[in-house]
Design a binder for this molecule. Structure first.
Ligand SMILES: Cc1ncc(COP(=O)(O)O)c(C=O)c1O
Length: 315
């Protein structure tokens, strides 16, 4: 069945979003031999990350109800994976995309989105990502008819993409075998949407949110809620447990995944798998077995500066 899904014929790159593989990890939890750990490979989406799903759903829902038309500009404040997702989706649908980002984000971040034809607007580097959010809001307030502003932190289409997509695919692949789900909190869309659907399943699935253990952390993509602006789509009542993971443990697990499993992933994925191993060891001790699912948000090479991106004519 998964073979058929992977080799299917597509009419648009957008149809390649979702239906990602679920990989059983063989070596990361030697102390939980009777617990299966599965990693959903979201880096297999065409934009290279889990954010393709919510970006597509936010655009599709807005096109369906008229908030977005092809004469409007999609604008948002992101220099990360969501910006890449908007850029590829905008290019595929013929919708102009503008991204606001602090001027000091890496050249690689600017280059990847510009490769799709996206325009960049730079905000004050001293004001960080909050400054980018303030600037985008002021641009949209000044010309509301010109722009569609998806605002992934408050847009219900973000968790809905995971409710219908990510969770449905996990249940299709594993059915009643799944006992635990764990993933990190960024906008919280993945956690909220997937957990809501898994909690509706006939058998109890224990769902855990990974959170950076420190306010100042190096787990790109994840939020330390206590010290952050809490996203309006986040509902603290949804997860069964919050599990703090340190930056060091997230980075160590990312290294382990590369060396032991052949998976070079970003650090939020390292934190997710570190959380999955904690739950697997607990399930081994307390239940004698189980099946834990987590998410590979993106690949590690997203965090490299590309060696040779700019087209240079040197001959
Ligand atoms: C690398 C990475 N990891 C994790 C997340 C968190 O996902 P979510 O926004 O669904 O909470 C994001 C997205 O913001 C991300 O880009």
């Amino acid at each position: 069945m998964s073979q058929k899904v992977r080799s299917r014929r597509l009419g648009s790159v957008l149809e390649a979003i979702g239906n990602t593989p679920l990989l059983r990890l063989a070596k990361v939890a030697p102390n939980a031999p009777d617990v299966e750990i599965y990693l959903k490979l979201e880096f297999a989406n065409p934009g290279g990350s889990v954010k393709d799903r919510p970006a597509l759903r936010m655009v599709q829902d807005a096109l369906a109800d008229g908030r977005l038309t092809t004469d409007k500009i999609l604008i948002d404040s992101t220099s990360g994976n969501t910006g890449v997702a908007y850029s590829l989706i905008g290019a595929a649908l013929g919708i102009r995309v503008e991204l606001v980002m602090p001027k000091n984000v890496t050249k690689a971040r600017k280059d990847i989105t510009q490769a799709f034809g996206t325009s960049l607007i730079f905000s004050d580097p001293m004001e960080g990502s909050d400054g980018a959010i303030r600037l985008v809001k002021s641009l949209v307030d000044a010309a509301p008819d010109k722009y569609f502003y998806p605002d992934q932190y408050s847009n219900p289409s973000n968790p809905l993409a995971h409710y219908h997509g990510t969770a449905g695919e996990i249940l299709d692949a594993l059915g009643d075998r799944i006992t635990h789900f764990v993933t990190g909190l960024g906008t919280s869309g993945t956690m909220m949407g997937t957990t809501r659907r898994l909690h509706e399943h006939t058998r109890k699935v224990y769902c855990v949110a990974v959170e950076p253990a420190e306010a100042l952390h190096g787990l790109e993509g994840l939020k330390h809620m206590a010290s952050s602006i809490v996203p309006p789509i986040y509902d603290a009542g949804v997860p069964d447990e919050i599990l703090p993971v340190s930056t060091e443990d997230g980075w160590d697990m990312a290294d382990k995944l590369a060396a032991l499993e052949g998976l070079h992933v970003g650090h939020s994925t390292g934190a997710n798998v570190a959380g999955a191993v904690v739950l697997a060891e607990r399930a081994q001790r307390e239940q004698g077995g189980g099946c834990v699912v987590t998410i590979a948000c993106d690949r590690g090479d997203r965090y490299f500066a590309p060696l040779r991106w700019e087209r240079r004519y040197t001959w």
